[in-house]
Design a protein around this ligand. Structure first.
Ligand SMILES: *Cc1c(COP(=O)(O)O)cnc(C)c1O
Length: 372
């Protein structure tokens, strides 16, 4: 069975006469529970929820390893760092990408570094993190990176890390589990912000971690229970419902993203364009080895802040907003946030599920508007 088929039914209970395919969300702080522990599957809302169970089963089928849902992508990031690193002890070195999601970097260099974790950093391009593995505990990878879209070889880096006894976590947010399979490529953890493309409707916050080994999934689950970053059942139910369309959304988004990228390359107003699906892109060789879809994000650079702001203002379809991967095309001047080494005219464009030609034509007229 292919993923495009698997994703439709993933995590659903067996069909039952008179029952919906996906049971509605279970809103429960506590459950009726008498007698001793072990006699009820569900006891208290912070420990477990049947709506989580179905969604995690779906993710597990797609990821190829047990999955734990969290209240946001950052809660998932926090959990992986927390269960693998032991500040002050022997296992206290993490190798991060210097150009990955700034939130994960800020957490590692802020909270974790201040408690004795050593954070080493290297760029994603050229597998540069491989040079920093000696004595490390955890190799943190992100490919393609948000927002620069550089790629690294996940299989090769996982092998190099494992040879030195280093665990490997991949932030798979930009690709989603249907775009790239970190566990199949050798990673120990595949994690993602599901506030982005995996759920794809920009209406919720969620994250998850899938682990190669059940023992790590158990530790992640115990951490979630103790630390308390549990997802709401409504969000999880919406996520499970949205998951079914992931393959069709990705197909449309990737087709549009490629067309937008091709058009940008041909425009004089655009200084540089990045899309892993473009044959001439620096990430293409690595990405085509490990990605099943190249994703919705196109990054490009206009002359400066003024041109970038003018472009965004002239867009009629793409909404000016942060985040990416949703059914609505969105775009933003990324440098407004700070924290990433990018020029002021850098635009992160996320292709939505609108008609491809409409999006391409809208980008074209917005570029016309700033060149007038
Ligand atoms: C958004 C994002 C996160 C954080 O996810 P939230 O759901 O916003 O907490 C982590 N990694 C990457 C690559 C992201 O884009």
């Amino acid at each position: 069975m292919r993923d495009g088929t698997r994703v439709i039914r993933a995590g659903l209970p067996a069909t039952s006469q008179g029952e919906p395919f996906l049971p509605g969300p279970t809103f429960a702080g506590t459950y009726a529970f008498s007698g001793d522990l072990g006699t009820s599957a569900y006891t208290y809302g912070r420990y477990h929820n049947p709506t989580w169970t179905n969604f995690e089963r779906a993710l597990g089928e797609l990821e190829g390893g047990p999955a734990i849902a969290f209240s946001s992508g950052m809660a998932a990031v926090t959990a992986v760092l927390a269960v693998t690193l032991k500040p002050g002890g022997k296992d206290n070195v993490v190798v991060m990408p210097s150009d990955g999601y700034y939130g994960a970097r800020a957490l590692a260099e802020g909270y974790f570094a201040s408690r004795g974790v050593e954070v080493r950093k290297a760029r994603t391009v050229g597998n540069a993190q491989a040079a920093l593995l000696e004595g490390a505990t955890l190799l943190w990878l992100e490919s393609p990176t948000n927002p620069g879209l550089d790629a690294c070889d996940l299989a090769e880096l996982s092998q190099l890390a494992h040879r030195r006894g280093v665990l490997v976590a991949v932030d798979n947010t930009t690709a989603t589990v249907l775009g790239q399979k970190p566990l199949d490529l050798g990673a120990d953890f595949s994690l993602s912000s599901d506030s982005k493309g995996l759920t794809g409707h920009d209406d919720l916050m969620l994250g998850h971690v899938a682990a190669r080994e059940q023992a790590w999934a158990d530790k992640l689950q115990a951490f979630r229970t103790q630390q308390g970053a549990v997802p709401g059942p409504m969000e999880v139910w919406l996520a499970h419902r949205s998951l079914a369309t992931l393959e069709v959304r990705l197909e449309r988004q990737c087709r549009t993203a490629l067309e937008v990228a091709r058009q940008l390359v041909a425009r004089a107003e655009v200084r540089s364009v990045r899309y892993p699906g473009l044959p001439q892109d620096p990430s293409h060789a690595v990405a085509s080895k490990q990605m099943l879809h190249y994703g919705p994000i196109v990054s490009f650079v206009l002359e400066g802040k003024e041109q970038a702001d003018g472009f965004l203002k002239a867009c009629n379809i793409a909404v000016s907003a942060t985040s990416f991967g949703g059914v609505h095309s969105t775009a933003e001047r990324r440098a407004r946030w700070g924290g990433d080494a990018i020029p002021p005219g850098f635009i992160r464009f996320s292709a939505g599920c609108e008609d491809t030609l409409d999006v391409v034509q809208d980008v074209s007229q917005a570029l016309d508007a700033i060149s007038r």
